[in-house]
Design a protein around this ligand. Structure first.
Ligand code: 3PG
Ligand code: MG
Length: 352
């Protein structure tokens, strides 16, 4: 994979640097509920400070504001406050939510000029937004000397390993609700994998009409529920024997063991998408079993996508995963083999 040039190559001393980070974090009661993305952006900011930048202007979108009321809901202030706690340095300023400007999502050059105004260079560290061609991720990269931040590079390097010569066996575990979201990735990666394990609601779609040209492993048994409810009556049934009107809300114990055994002997694992409705404790065991199996695997393991990332944190195994991607859509598009506009806009690294 062609990598964009690194912020490490930039001369930032005494410069004003515009940094696009992905600080699009979940909020709860006006506070940051999960600061992982803020923490992930710290190394680049710290590097710029250490290298003597005069000012570091950080910008990000937050949520998908549409109405006037959304301006209060998605104001950047809680994010700014959390970043200040984590990295108290007066040289850092955080601009207001980029999506409050209607030009942002249209990749408007006028808004890009506003962002670039007074800055000497631009660093894009927003991997999670790199699949968006927006003013702050794309247009602005053509107005200032542009560099990739450390997180963006680390994401490209780690996810890029899955697109290259992987160590085998290479096992993909995929789940979640919608097969449409994952078809592209599975088409691109699945034919190169030794085993593709599919769980979650998605497995039912694949069973009913398999869109793939390669073999996939579907669940053998399932935790069936009489209704879509956290407290629903439930029982374990063979996958092909779901009582009429019942819903499969988790993979069953036999499937958990079978998937865990496949994952245990893998040298490379990519997991995206939960095995069931793991938000409800009674239907979480399958997803957590996969999380533990991926963590126990001695090979190179990558987890991407908001739900599976949350599951590895909730299972308490996040520190035993080789790489947890901060990008949902961006990681999927990269692994689909697509170019990411936020990456393409940065000049490529010199070959060495
Ligand atoms: C994300 O959370 O996936 C990224 O921040 C991108 O957000 P978006 O889907 O609203 O562009
Ligand atoms: Mg491990």
């Amino acid at each position: 994979m062609k990598l964009p040039r690194s912020v490490r190559e930039a001369d930032v001393a005494e410069k004003t640097v515009l940094v696009r980070a992905d600080l699009n974090v979940p909020l709860e009661d006006g506070r940051v509920a999960d600061d992982s993305r803020i923490r992930a952006s710290l190394p680049t900011l710290q590097l710029l400070l250490d290298e003597g930048a005069r000012e570091v202007r950080v910008c990000s979108h937050l949520g998908r504001p549409k109405t006037e009321e959304d301006r209060a809901k998605y104001a950047i202030e809680p994010v700014r406050a959390r970043l200040r706690e984590l990295l108290p340095d007066d040289r850092i300023t955080v601009l207001e939510n980029t999506r409050f400007n209607a030009g942002e999502t249209k990749n408007d050059e006028g808004f890009a000029r506003e962002l670039a105004d007074g800055c000497d260079l631009y660093v894009n560290d927003a991997f999670g937004s790199a699949h968006r061609a927006h003013s702050s991720t794309e247009a602005v990269a053509h107005l200032l000397p542009a560099y990739a931040g450390l997180l963006l590079l680390a994401e490209l390097e780690h996810l890029g390993r899955l697109l290259g010569d992987v160590e085998r066996p290479f096992v993909i575990v995929s789940g979640g609700a919608k097969v449409e979201d994952k078809v592209g990735v599975l088409q691109n990666l699945g034919s190169r994998a030794d085993r593709v394990l599919i769980g979650g609601k998605m497995a039912e779609d694949v069973r009913d009409s398999n869109p793939f040209t390669f073999d996939v492993a579907l669940p053998r048994d399932v935790v069936a529920a009489g209704s879509f409810d956290a407290e629903a009556e439930s029982r374990i049934v063979p996958y092909d024997d779901l009582p009429a009107g019942w819903l499969g809300l988790d993979i069953g114990p036999e499937t958990r063991d079978a998937f865990a055994a496949e994952i245990a002997q893998a040298q490379t694992v990519f997991w995206n998408g939960p095995m069931g409705v793991f938000e409800w404790p009674r239907f979480a065991d399958g997803t957590f079993a996969v999380a533990r199996a991926v963590a126990d695997c001695e090979g190179f393991t990558v987890v991407g996508g908001g739900d599976s990332v949350r599951a590895v944190h909730e299972a308490g195994v996040a520190d035993r995963i080789s790489w947890i991607s901060t990008g949902g859509g961006a990681s999927l598009e990269l692994l689909e083999g697509k170019e990411l506009p936020g990456v393409t806009a940065i000049p490529a690294a010199e070959r060495c």
